[in-house]
Design a protein around this ligand. Sequence first.
Ligand code: GUN
Ligand code: ZN
Length: 440
Amino acid sequence: MTQHQAYRASILHFTADPAFNDDAYAWHEDGLLVIEDGRVKAAGDHAQLHKDLPQGTVVHDYRGKLIVPGFIDTHVHYPQTDMIASPAPGLLPWLDTYTFPTERKFDDPEHAHDVARFFLDELLRCGTTTAMVYCTVHPNSVNAFFGESHKRNLRMVAGKVLMDRNCPEFLCDTAEGGVRQSEELINTWHKHGRQLYAITPRFAPTSTVAQLQLAGELARAYPDTFLQTHVAENTDEVAWVKSLFPESRSYLDVYDRYGMMRPRAMYAHCIWLDDHDRARMRETQSAASICPTSNLFLGSGLFDFQRADEAQVPMSLATDVGGGTSFSMLQTMNEVYKVARMGGTYLPALRMFYMATLGGARSMQLEGTIGNFAPGVEADFVVLDPQATPLLARRTARTESLEELLFALALLGDDRTVAATYSGGKRVHLRGESGAEKSS
Ligand code: GUN
Ligand code: ZN
């Protein structure tokens, strides 16, 4: 039987990038979002839509709150949840001291399930309904993650880390073995329900040429899978890549050579790129995942918005937990605003909300599936509360435009600002209740 639900609130969603289009978003101050069988049926003014609601539609009253599409975090490591906020003098010592020992524990499937459950609950508490997720080198870390995600019917992208050199032996796979395991996981999980697979070479220094080559071949054999890796995050890392791959023009060129630049390929950080690299990103429709809390925390550098915009690099926002210091995409907007500011770029709040929703979906070639409220799109959305804290309530009572309201939510908001989260039309988080859905 067809199920209809409707949600009354202020509604915002995007149809284009507001940086390049005047008519990029829809704003309905007294709006209605109508859901049919887990997908968007309509989003518009309450006055217009409420007259034509199908009989039996339940109308949920969220007046005073703001509904936006679920946030999309395009780069995050679920196994690093338990080591968030671990200090080190830069990326490479941080990997050796904290990351690798933490990831070792994922050879235990029970541990992997336990962390995956906490991680997904935390994403939903923060209003993130889709993420592109690193697992560990262990295939069972992927089975645990997708198992928990599938149980919750979440739209998630994830993959097994490939690394066959320059890492502790307990995390090392082999070129052939790692790619064979990845192919098995693709066959098990890719497009299983809402799950999507990402081929995941950790970063160039931890893969042999043989592994990169095979990963590139796998990406060609399964063109609708995703691919995720790190690039040009830290100057020591860039120098290391230069010494390991002297024949490559640049760090990004290592991936280019092995056929890893293509639509659905996501590159985390992209700080130390040059203009040639940026042009290749655009030509190949590979996308940058910008990770401001991580880049500031690890002292990696500042993403260059001006150059990226000039080159029209596809861009998205990401937390990069555990290098990142917050699961909240609102906190991530807060930090990216300041990073852009330091580079002389002004990021309007409208653009930050675009990047965290439709921008993320577009960078992953998932427009039409997630990211806005066009008819037929999966009903993943967040209810934001402008009165979530005394300070937010006081500030938002004084905002005089949509931009000012969004800016206050981005700069002052966090998980407390998320009153509820819905995935596939079902409530999966309600602030004040712990764990997943109790009732809807
Ligand atoms: N580069 C290689 N591995 C990692 C990782 O786990 N986190 C970050 N931030 N950068 C990396
Ligand atoms: Zn990362």
